[in-house]
Design a protein around this ligand. Structure first.
Ligand SMILES: C[S@@+](CC[C@H](N)C(=O)[O-])C[C@H]1O[C@@H](n2cnc3c(N)ncnc32)[C@H](O)[C@@H]1O
Length: 230
């Protein structure tokens, strides 16, 4: 395995409980045959995805995490939890970096109907994850970003919305703002946009939090000369 200086210690290891509920519901709605995630950590998202997949059919899950077994990483806690939950045989853990593991899955002609991106949240890693997720996702499948309020992840969501053939499944993602003034201005703008915008913002704050989900409408390679600010 290639070495990489970034260990997972600086990242929170879990989502909010409500986000796991939403994740499970998304899987039940999409009814995927094959699921994929980047970022296993303590295994909570893995178990949630597997439980939901089991409720609607079979569990075939791939999880990519280079730090799962490392003593200074997750020390195997995620995969142990997955085994204890009874999903060990249905989960393929790839202990390698996203940028190496994802292209291998493309080479193997693998397809997934549900993909969670919750790995390293810098802009370059997130865009790389999405680039490969787009190649791996079946038409009609759903890609989910966690931490979509982080500016770098939010920017990738905006790229998806402006450049690719995807439709929003979640309420529009909302980037984190530092100043009270900016927050007040955004609230006022949302209020003025009308009922739908207010409802979306409410669901974002109370249910979806930092999950953003998009359904793939078709394969679409961005044109050579196409660019729109995002
Ligand atoms: C926020 S945690 C994931 C939490 C998990 N999805 C959950 O809800 O239970 C981020 C994960 O990304 C992993 N990670 C960090 N850099 C990565 C990379 N380059 N490729 C794949 N995974 C990476 C970390 O080891 C960590 O497990």
């Amino acid at each position: 395995m290639t070495t990489h200086k970034e260990l997972p210690a600086s990242q929170p290891a879990a989502m909010r409980p409500m986000e796991y509920d939403v994740l499970g519901q998304l899987v039940r709605d999409v009814r995927p045959e094959n699921t994929l995630e980047v970022g296993m950590a303590n295994g909570q998202s893995t178990i949630e995805i597997c439980r939901a997949a089991q409720q609607i059919g079979a569990v075939n899950h791939v999880s990519i995490d280079p730090f799962q077994s490392q003593p200074d990483g997750w020390g195997g806690r995620g995969i142990t939890a997955v085994n204890e939950a009874g999903f060990g045989d249905a989960v393929e853990l790839i202990e390698d970096f996203d940028y190496l593991a994802l292209p291998r899955l493309v080479t193997e002609n693998r397809k997934f109907e549900f993909i969670l991106l919750d790995g390293w949240h810098s802009f370059d890693f997130t865009l790389t994850d999405f680039f490969f997720a787009d190649l791996l996702l079946a038409t009609g499948g759903v890609v989910v970003f966690h931490d979509s309020a982080l500016p770098a992840v939010h920017k990738v969501c905006r790229f998806v919305e402006t450049h690719k053939a995807y439709e929003l499944v979640s309420p529009p993602p909302s980037v984190e703002l530092n100043s009270i003034t900016s927050k007040i201005i955004r609230r006022a703008a949302t209020f003025l946009k009308g009922r739908e915008a207010r409802k979306g913002a409410h669901l974002r704050r109370t249910r979806w939090y930092s999950l953003a989900a998009y359904r793939k409408l078709k394969d679409l390679q961005v044109g050579n000369t196409f660019f729109e600010s995002f």
